[in-house]
Each structure stands twice: as C-alpha cells, then as structure tokens.
Design a protein around this ligand. Sequence first.
Ligand SMILES: NC(=O)C1=CN([C@@H]2O[C@H](COP(=O)(O)OP(=O)(O)OC[C@H]3O[C@@H](n4cnc5c(N)ncnc54)[C@H](O)[C@@H]3O)[C@@H](O)[C@H]2O)C=CC1
Ligand SMILES: O=C(O)[C@H]1O[C@H](OP(=O)(O)OP(=O)(O)OC[C@H]2O[C@@H](n3ccc(=O)[nH]c3=O)[C@H](O)[C@@H]2O)[C@H](O)[C@@H](O)[C@@H]1O
Length: 429
Amino acid sequence: MNVLIIGAGYVGTTTGLIFAELGHSVTVIDVDQKKINDLQKGILFFYEPGLDTLLTKHIASGNITFEMDHQKAIKDNPLIFICVGTPQNQDGSANLDFLREASEFIGSNLYEYKIIVIKSTVPAGTSKQVKGWIEYTKKDPVSFDVLSNPEFLREGSALHDALYPDRIILGSENDQATALLQELYKGIKAPFIVTSPSAAELIKYTANSFLATKISFINEIAILCDKLHINVQDVAKGVGLDIRIGPLFLDAGIGYGGSCFPKDVLALIDTAKKNNVDLSILEKVHAVNENQPGYLLKKIKTRLISLSAKKIAVLGLSFKAQTDDIRQSPSLKIIKDLISEGAMVEIHDPVAKLPGDLMDKVFQKASAEEAMINADAILICTDWPHYKKIDWPDLKNKMKSPIVFDGRNMLDAAEMKSIGYIYEGIGCE
Ligand SMILES: NC(=O)C1=CN([C@@H]2O[C@H](COP(=O)(O)OP(=O)(O)OC[C@H]3O[C@@H](n4cnc5c(N)ncnc54)[C@H](O)[C@@H]3O)[C@@H](O)[C@H]2O)C=CC1
Ligand SMILES: O=C(O)[C@H]1O[C@H](OP(=O)(O)OP(=O)(O)OC[C@H]2O[C@@H](n3ccc(=O)[nH]c3=O)[C@H](O)[C@@H]2O)[C@H](O)[C@@H](O)[C@@H]1O
C-alpha cells in the first residue's frame, strides 16, 4: 500500500518505519528541511532504541523515502496520515495550527479521492474540523474521508509499543476505509476497535489522563507514606497485584513530564470546560503533579538547611529513561529551583543535553561519577538503569557529604543506608 506521512517528528517517523516494516511503500514529508535531509541520510534527530537500525534497513529496502516535494507526495498517495504536533496553548487548550495548515495543504492539492487519517492527539470533534478545513480549501468536487487513529506508543520503547500495541483504535464512518486500514495493519496482532472518530479522539485523552491520574494518586500516597514511615513501594506492590488496578504506573517520584501527559491532561480539562463539565479529579491530578518536584526540593532544603554555595549533583535530565527528550522534564524544574536557591549544580545524563537557557549556569559532566565528586548531595531525577550500577561504596568517600535524594525511588534504601549514605526517596526512606 502507498502511504504518506505528514510530519517527520517522533510519531511520524516511527509510524512510517513500522509501515515500512509491514511491507508498505512509505513517503514521509515535513516542513523542516533539515529533518528531511538528515533522515534521508539515515540520521535520526532523536534518541530512540532500535529505531536507527530500522531506518537504515528501510532506506536500503526502498520501503521508506523522505521528501520535500509535498504536492507530489499528496498526488502519489491515496492514504495520508497526519502526524504533526498539537502543542499546548497558554490556556491549556490544544493548539491545532499545524493540523490546520496540513489539512488546508491537503485540501488545496486534492484532485482525487483520498483517505486522511489523523494520528496526532486531538480533542474530540477535531476530525469534523479537519473535514471542514479540507472541504473549504479544495478546488475540485472530489470526495474524501477523515478517520482518527490515535497513537499510544511511549518514548523509549516506541518500536516495541508500535509493533505490539495493546489495541488499534480506529474512528471511522466509512466501511471501505475501515477495511483498508485493517489491511494496512494486517501484520500487527492486536484487538482492532472501530468506533466513531470523536470517540477515538476521546479514548486517546482518557487513556493518557487515566495513566497520569494513577501517577498523581500514588505520589500523594507517597507523601502520606513519608509521614507514616511506610514504604510506598510496598504499598504499590500490594495494591497493584489486584488485577482491577494493575501494577504499572504506580511508581512514585518527582511527577510525570514529557511532551504528552502534561499537555493532554490540560487539553482534556479544557474540552470539559468548553462543554460545561467539571473534571475536578483531573484538575487535582495536574495540581499534584505541579507540586511534586517542589516536594523533593523541600526535602533537600530541610536536610541541607541552606543551598547557598552547596554543590548538588543531578543525575538525569530527560523526562524518563531511554529518551533524550527534555520537554516538560521535572528534572529541569528542580535544577532551576536549585540554582535560584544559590546551589552550584553539576548534571549528568547519558543522552539528553542541557537546554540553551541553562548552559551557562550548569555544568554537564560526561559521567555520573564526575558530577558526584565533592558534592554536598546527589539528586536522582531520571531512572537511567546505569545509576544502579554506580560504585556507591567507592563514591561515598569522594563526596563532601554522603546524601542521596532519590526522586525515582530507584535505589535500594536499606543497601544505601548500610553503605553509610543518608538516603531519602519519595515515600521511601
Ligand atoms: N511523542 C510521543 O511519544 C507521542 C506523541 N503523540 C502525539 O502525536 C503528535 C505528534 O507528536 P510528535 O511526533 O512528538 O511531534 P514532533 O513535534 O516531534 O513532530 C511533529 C512534526 O510535524 C512537522 N510539521 C508541522 N507542521 C507541518 C506541516 N504543515 N507539514 C508537514 N510537517 C509539519 C514538524 O516540523 C515536526 O517535525 C502530537 O499530537 C502528540 O501529542 C502521540 C503518541 C506518542
Ligand atoms: O501520548 C503520548 O505521547 C504517550 O504518552 C505516554 O508516553 P510517554 O510520555 O512517552 O512516557 P511514559 O512512560 O508514559 O511516562 C510519562 C511520565 O510519567 C512518569 N511516570 C511513569 C510511570 C510511573 O509509574 N511513574 C511516573 O512518574 C515518567 O517518568 C514520565 O515522566 C503514554 O504512556 C503513551 O501511551 C502515549 O502514547
């Protein structure tokens, strides 16, 4: 099948490569010339385990090409996936400017029937808006269908998630288009749920918001655990074994970040407000998450009294392990607060890089061990597995004071204490 992907970002590139792996002929376009140039050379602009190998493989197989000729790409492909970004507006609503631009471009180049599939995360009802934008810009009286096919992959395990999804959700009102999409995904074994486009759109936001709710919920329980001297991990394990609850997304820490949970929670709240519905639980989920990095900072200040001129080693910059994505990373919030309290911050991350506004204020070290030398305290912000393997007994003697604040509860508290560290996690002493 010939497929066009609009938007060579995280989702567009991964989706394109998955379709290439399934044997389809994929064209990917983007407005960003540099991204396309790099991708043509097999260079991925983000870190994602396994994706670079697939990129090399399918550039060689000819199953995927990256192009700048957008008009030709629309003309040549009957099936078009829109994967552009839908960032957050200042008021929390989803910004659909890129989506509108892409839709109008499709409309103004529509001369025969096409199926347009929205993969970007968009508020319920957006597929109707896309239909309107295309209808308004098209010059010929040709028909087209707009479907919704939200994406559920996670950064860091994108390849696995896209190849082995828990489900494929398709919002479609046209049986022929549905059959075509079923054929497209034929190689993937997963329940294929067909529903209305609006329901598909709402499923995506509800899923992300529910997962965010689990995290904020366990984070509040963790604060209670601190007061009661109970380990939140024991609580999460006992609770998660109930199959109605499940063990995942119950890791307490410094809060959720990334390019999706924070913006999607706010966008769903916005949709509800516009429909005079009060999503009070979700508002609290957001508020708890906003406070969570501050909770760790409070612990640090209680222990160190003053942060002025103290050297703090921050381990981890990305919003989670296995990615170099620092969008809305709780680590960044904490680093900025540490600096404003007068601390000297040295950081380490195996792949993520400091953003421009922090480059002259923070030192990025090549190894975690280097950042930790002479530190007054260590702060773990991202659960990179490597941090478990640090020679903690050896490093204890190289620090000014052996204090570890574990914002991801990734180290063994008892073991760290037996080595001689003062150790504090989140709900995990
Ligand atoms: N990043 C993730 O893990 C996931 C993201 N999503 C959703 O997928 C969508 C895309 O997310 P990302 O890939 O992370 O965004 P991104 O920002 O990495 O990529 C979007 C790409 O679209 C391009 N673009 C913008 N307007 C365009 C146009 N008119 N024509 C051609 N290209 C255009 C941009 O240059 C950019 O390269 C968002 O709605 C997001 O919420 C869904 C699931 C997972
Ligand atoms: O819409 C999206 O973009 C994606 O958003 C999330 O994926 P992602 O943001 O890549 O990462 P997650 O693994 O979900 O983690 C999100 C944040 O929650 C935090 N988290 C996760 C799990 C947990 O138990 N505790 C916790 O604090 C992570 O550290 C991270 O900061 C969803 O898991 C995907 O299904 C969805 O497709």
